[in-house]
Design a protein around this ligand. Sequence first.
Ligand code: HEM
Length: 355
Amino acid sequence: MPLFEFTQKTVCCVDLQIYVEETNLKFKKKAACFIGAALLAPTFSYAQESVTPDQVVSAIENQFGVNPGQRRNHINGVCVAGSFVGNKSVQAYTTSPLFSGKAIPVIGRFSLAGGSLKIPDTARNPRGMALEFELPNQNRQHFTMLNVPVFGAATPSSFYDGVIANTPDPTTGKPDPEKVAHYKATHPDAQALGEYLAKNNPVVSYANSDFYSVHTFRFINKNQQTTLVKWRFVPEDGVKRLSDEELKTAPTRFLDQDIMSKTQAGLVRWQMMLVIGEPGDEQTNPTIYWPANRKEIKAGVLTLSSASPQQGGACEKINFDPLVMTQGIAPTNDPVLLFRSPAYADSYAKRMTDR
Ligand code: HEM
């Protein structure tokens, strides 16, 4: 399968050559080029069956540019630290030491989706909460969550298509509206997230955001019984969003300073809610909601006590790979979840070796 396919005789060879050089995507030009047809309404098809993690990370780099030493996605962020106390009642579902009832040290990072430092804190895109739980015997558990209940791609190749469609055109410096429209029309899996982001204004503070596992995971108990679960972290201070008016007047950057001030003034908490799945609930497609009436139990409390700039901070050099897990927690066959691990490793390797 070609990485990028032109379905009409639409693009002049010179333009394509420039595009290839600019994008550095290293794909083979299989497209036919017809000089002079470029201005006719083009239709593009860039769906493909499979992509490699490096193709996707390189495409993200091409969309946003590269800031040496920094994350290729979720580049804006802030380090946090605190602890988590898991409820023992969750042991009915999992043997994970997270739910021992004892305080577990946590290093975390809040972030803004996207790979450009210029993306403002008012952007209508997801925010991230990544947690590394430091368990006994040097064990680690990661939760790498978003503040949206569903994701915008059911497969890595669909995610890749979104990156390509939203990559600025070298001539205008902006994504080509035709490509964006074509992507939306041909990727219904992006719709649920788009609708959620349109309906829910960005949050006023990381401390006033809820965060979701998005993916389905498997909890395994001491009798080897498996339960499908999702989880969400609910802020003690409630979810608060910017009004339409505030969105227009808010400063470009306020999220990092806000959480630093709040943790300096006191402790900031979230309740972890475990959502218990039922047989037949969606396991492998992170763009699909579970029914709203699933049983939920209180699974623990996250308390953050400090926050600091990411540069030189404890979170800077952590790869918050969502597949870093302890016993009692396992992934499902969600292709997006499984793809994230090698994609993050690729981004991590790049940012650790940039000059
Ligand atoms: C195909 C899908 C995805 C791709 C290719 C992707 C790619 C990436 C990459 C390259 C990074 C930077 C990693 C690093 O340098 O350390 C990143 C960070 C992040 N991603 Fe994803 N991602 C995907 C899906 C998701 C999903 C589904 C979620 C949440 C449910 C998510 C949440 C995050 C968060 C919170 C961060 C920041 C982690 C940190 O603070 O270090 N991503 N992603």
